[in-house]
Design a protein around this ligand. Structure first.
Ligand code: SF4
Ligand code: SF4
Length: 155
């Protein structure tokens, strides 16, 4: 456990308990536009095969694939979340040198944060009223990836 590890549940508006480590990736879904830059940055930076992904971007919409909204016209809505697979190595070689993971570094919307920055961004999201959560174990996704919902209190 590092000194930046915190139990977030104590302050959380949700009941979910979230543990933050010094290699935690934080995803603010309010900022994610589903552009897939994170996935492509990882593929290029880590020299993966074409079409091999350590992170893929899921559309939260109709459930029928990429960029398919939920609802009926004109009340359509969707959002996105990058989902990290177990293959993700959290760019250990880079982070050991103080660099950011490729996906975090290249996200054009600052939807991703790593390490201490992740803690700060998570607290900011909590203050705006977002739900803070991790994916359930049956998703078999990478550990220590924390999400903030797109919720925002109207102040
Ligand atoms: S996390 Fe960033 S790079 Fe990835 S899809 Fe969302 S906005 Fe694009
Ligand atoms: S942390 Fe590194 S290995 Fe994991 S998805 Fe991001 S770029 Fe790829």
């Amino acid at each position: 456990m590092s000194d930046i590890e915190i139990k977030a549940a104590a302050h959380s508006p949700s009941k979910a308990e979230v543990e933050v480590n010094d290699d935690t990736i934080f995803v603010d879904t309010l900022r994610c536009t589903g552009c897939w830059t994170c996935a492509l940055a990882c593929m290029t930076g880590n020299k993966l095969k074409d079409g091999e992904f350590f992170v893929q971007v899921r559309t939260l919409g109709s459930g029928e694939g990429i960029d398919r909204p939920a609802g009926t016209w004109p009340n359509l809505h969707m959002s996105w979340m990058p989902v990290y697979s177990k293959s993700c190595i959290k760019c250990k070689d880079r982070t050991a040198e103080g660099k950011l993971p490729y996906c975090v570094q290249d996200c054009p919307n600052k939807a991703l944060a790593f390490g201490k920055d992740a803690v700060e961004k998570m607290e900011a999201a909590r203050k705006r009223g977002a739900r803070i959560y991790e994916l359930p174990s049956w998703e078999k996704s990478k550990e220590h990836v924390v999400y903030a919902s797109a919720d925002r209190k109207i102040l």
